[in-house]
Design a protein around this ligand. Structure first.
Ligand code: RFL
Ligand code: PHB
Length: 397
């Protein structure tokens, strides 16, 4: 038996992109259904981003999602860049005329969004399977899925948003001849840990070390998050806790500073990739967030881009569905891609400047060090980093 229903917008994926899109559409009186193949608990626990641009924070506040973020988020006005055994501070507020970033974990944004959607009575279906999109060449595409209880559903929609991440299914529904992929792989991965220990630093430390990159970030005043560059095909089993702390200590140390360690509560290896698929739309199917593009995490841009995409998409769908005006929907892909390519360049640049090549050559090493010295030595170069890091053209809502 198949159950048929209707929703103005069908949304695949209950990550930050899908959930925020559903929230924004509801604020404009547009109903949506969100389907997600994982459980609610899994979505709320999946460790990922932590750093929000000021524009992302301001958008979340403007749409009523700032409560816990304002109470628990940690505002940072700069970062430390470390190389050749020295640590340098970049003061973003001074360099950019007052701009800042906030540490507030993606897990917490997802929890806030799920709570807000469910409290508003939205349809959010977890643990679905066999998600698919049909009738894309008609004005009413159909979103199909099987719910957790095994019932098949077909939801007739006015538009469908593929917010299903890099490994999702929606991108493959765009006609193969239409989509153009530009990508770059990197010969390393990140091993990330979460540890129950107060951060050993007030602001993030990005460290280039001859044994590889390391990043010290945080989640709360009691919980630290740290990352190590490891080989691309690394096996997590080769990294017992003691080895991780030893390596972090080696790569992050400077005289007079000590890294505090503590119990590791989570450990995972993530590959690094740059990937941009365009256009981000075919007729009434729109892609947003990681479904269309991913960046290596060194620039802290992925979640911020996902939020920027759906802010534009919500406005575009509102004009399309409420006023039958297609201009914003027609401009959607190009508008997103301008920001995406800026972030793609910045993330590639930060990654290439800070990671060590598995087969280093003196030419490449000296170029990296020269670039790092330039960033900390020239106000113009430091401002370029600060401007990109703190975020681009404001999000309008
Ligand atoms: P998500 O979060 O991957 O959500 C997609 C959702 O779709 C579901 N899904 C399906 N549902 C139904 N049917 C299907 N067939 C489906 N296939 C998939 C998935 O289960 C999932 O729930 O994508 P979204 O919403 O576009 O959000 C993107 C962000 O998650 C990502 O860009 C960031 O986490 C990237 N990122 C960072 N971004 C930042 O802006 N700042 C950071 O500090 C930052 N740090 C990071 C990061 C990513 C990292 N990793 C693990 C890749 C640090 C790391 C280590
Ligand atoms: C994080 O807090 O997880 C984080 C922060 C900055 C990055 C990447 C990850 O560049």
């Amino acid at each position: 038996m198949t159950s048929s229903s209707r929703a103005q917008v069908g949304i695949v994926g209950a990550g930050p992109a899908g959930l925020l899109l559903s929230h924004l559409l509801a604020l404009r009186g547009i109903d949506s259904i969100v389907v997600e193949n994982r459980s609610r608990a899994y979505c709320e626990a999946r460790q990922r981003a932590g750093l929000l641009e000021a524009g992302t924070v301001e958008l979340l506040r403007a749409v009523g999602l700032g409560g816990r973020m304002d109470a628990e988020g940690l505002e940072h006005g700069g970062i430390y860049l470390q190389f050749a055994g020295e640590r340098h501070h970049l003061d973003f507020r001074d360099l950019t005329g007052g701009r800042w970033v906030t540490i507030y974990a993606q897990t917490e944004i997802v929890k806030d969004l799920i709570e807000a959607r469910l409290a508003a009575g939205a349809r959010v279906e977890f643990e679905v399977s066999d998600t698919g999109v049909t009738d894309l060449d008609a004005d009413q595409p159909v979103l199909g899925f099987t719910d957790a209880a095994g019932t098949r559903h077909e939801v007739t929609c006015d538009a469908i948003a593929g917010c299903d991440g890099f490994h999702g299914i929606c991108r493959d529904f765009l006609p193969p001849g239409l989509i153009r992929v530009a990508e770059r792989g990197y010969p390393y991965s990140w091993l990330g840990i979460l540890a129950t220990v107060p951060p050993s630093t007030d602001e993030l430390i990005y460290s280039r070390h001859e044994d590889g990159f390391a990043l010290h970030t945080m989640r709360t005043p009691q919980v630290s998050r740290l990352y190590l560059q490891v080989p691309a095909d690394e096996d997590l089993a080769r990294w017992p806790d003691d080895r991780i702390w030893d390596e972090l200590r080696r790569r992050l140390s400077v005289p007079g500073w000590e890294l505090k360690d503590g119990p590791i509560t989570e450990k995972a290896i993530s590959p690094m990739r740059s990937f941009v698929a365009s256009p981000m739309r075919y007729r009434r199917l729109f892609l947003a967030g990681d479904a269309a593009h991913i960046v290596p995490p060194t620039g802290a841009k992925g979640l911020n881009l996902a939020i920027a995409d759906v802010t534009l998409l919500a406005a575009a769908l509102t004009s399309l569905l409420r006023e039958a005006s297609p201009e914003l929907a027609d401009a959607y892909s190009d508008s997103c891609l301008r920001r995406v390519w800026r972030a793609t360049h910045f993330s590639w640049w930060m990654t290439s400047m800070l990671h060590t090549d598995p087969h280093p050559d003196p030419f490449g090493t000296e170029l990296q060090l020269s670039q790092l010295r330039y960033v900390v030595g020239s106000r113009a170069a430091a401002t370029t980093l600060a401007e990109n890091y703190t975020g681009y053209f404001p999000l309008r809502w």
